[in-house]
Design a binder for this molecule. Sequence first.
Ligand code: SF4
Ligand code: SF4
Length: 474
Amino acid sequence: MERKISIEQTLCRGCNLCVEMCPKKVFEDGEEISPEGFKLKKVANPTKCTGCKLCELFCPGAINLKIEEKETPSYSPRLRLGRGGPPEARLARGGWRETKNPLTPGKYFWQGNKAVVEAALACGCRFFAGYPITPANEILEEMAKRMKVVDGVMVQAEDEIAAISMILGASWAGLKAITATSGPGFALMQENLSLADMTETPCVVVDVQRAGPSTGQPTRPGAMDMREVRYGSHGAIQRIVLYPESVQELYDLTIKAFNLSERFRTPVILLSDAYLAHLSESVEIKEKIDAFDRIYIPGEPPFGPTPDFSTPSMPRFGDGEFLSITGSTHDKLGARSTADSGIQEELISHLQNKIIKQKEELVDCEELFLNDAKIVVVAFGTVGRSAKWAVREARKRGKKVGFLRPRIVYPFPADKIKELSGKVRKFVVPEMNQGQMFYVVREKISREVVSLPQPNGQIIDPRRILKYLLGEGW
Ligand code: SF4
Ligand code: SF4
């Protein structure tokens, strides 16, 4: 590729955005001052340009960037595939790889929704489809800007049903794909989430929760989809669901969501909420990240069951495999079998066990003061921030209180709760809903479990939890 960069000096406003945004330090202050008094910039290091187009995106109109492709690549993220696919498609691929972050390492000050976008791009996501909905809108808006820069695709779909259908198609075309919505939109996606389960299609769905039900209070936070994300789809499904508590964790867990989705060939739900989505915090970006790409072994059956409940090989359209993808019960080659009870049972067992058998690996909890705790506060996502403060304050006042926050909400860390139940007197579950995870905790153990519900569209005030822990009621 040949890159030519120039600055039209009469249009330069001296805003310095090119200097700040270019990761390769291509631009510098020039010597000239414009008649309007702007400090003009110059192209100081053109050979360092990688063609990322960030300068062109941010410059109000002075930069001319021409990128000429000398050769037509046989394969690009936009999948310009010929019949039977490119020669490299015949090779096995996938697994863990260390990849360079496209952003300069360091600290960034981002909103939660922005962190989701940057993390998705960093681990190789190149397809987004979504339908606008508060409080997830900034993800769609950012994707519209950023996908252009990385040669990815962003589609504003006609509704949420279309959006999830598109990401499933993109995933089978070989791309890491994501959509973002909120509770009502998530409800519309349930049928195709089942399709993703049945067809073992990796994808990430972000549910930025708000106070419901229905259209409820779109700008107010809630944790009202905690059971919908696990139990909303029909059929016998397992679900991997993550819920971060900070903007840094939103970034890190977005990457984790993609890795789990690719490893287990399953849709992964990343929960957020109206508070976290619009909270701005600093995020530390490392130079390298570990990314997992779905494994493809030419000629291997593309569906389960597999020996040892492992994840099957996943070809993409254009690889030259005979590929039949159906939501109906199918054998491991994808052939429909809608009346054979043996095939149905084997398939369901495979879909369940490829996740359940790895459940130890799917435990990711923040734990505080559990050694001597008599009461354990179990909190999820944003509420964890309030609960953690309250637990620390209660301990300063001599209360033997502990804290448990599962970052991976489902599969629910039942063994962890059971182990603790042998040592503690009771569990307390504060939630921004009417008590949804309370039931999940309670069904695992015979200890006392107390629900602290707050479904009023507000963040739970940490002092309210503290008062409860000090015996002053809820
Ligand atoms: S971003 Fe564009 S307008 Fe701003 S200083 Fe650079 S060249 Fe000039
Ligand atoms: S395309 Fe990217 S690397 Fe090249 S000058 Fe613009 S910002 Fe810098």
